[in-house]
Design a protein. Structure first.
Length: 72
């Protein structure tokens, strides 16, 4: 559980849709767990801390990457 939470903190922001995705653990790049950002330009993706970023801004989290949804 603690491990899953640590991994969840690393996210990838899609600046076009203002959605934060979970970064694929172990991936060298901005790959996401759901794969929705594979075809998105690199310049439109940004690595963020999911918890800090979603608390500070009005950003939504990807429902596929974050299966726990809005219950956090
Ligand atoms: Zn996603």
């Amino acid at each position: 559980m603690a491990t899953a939470r640590n991994e969840t903190k690393r996210g990838v922001l899609n600046k076009t849709t203002m959605t934060v995705h979970r970064r694929k653990p172990g991936a060298a790049d901005v790959h996401t767990v759901c794969g929705h950002t594979y075809h998105v330009e690199r310049g439109r993706l940004r690595l963020v801390d999911v918890t800090q970023f979603t608390e500070a801004t009005d950003t939504s989290r990807c429902g596929t990457c974050f299966e726990e949804g809005g219950g956090y």
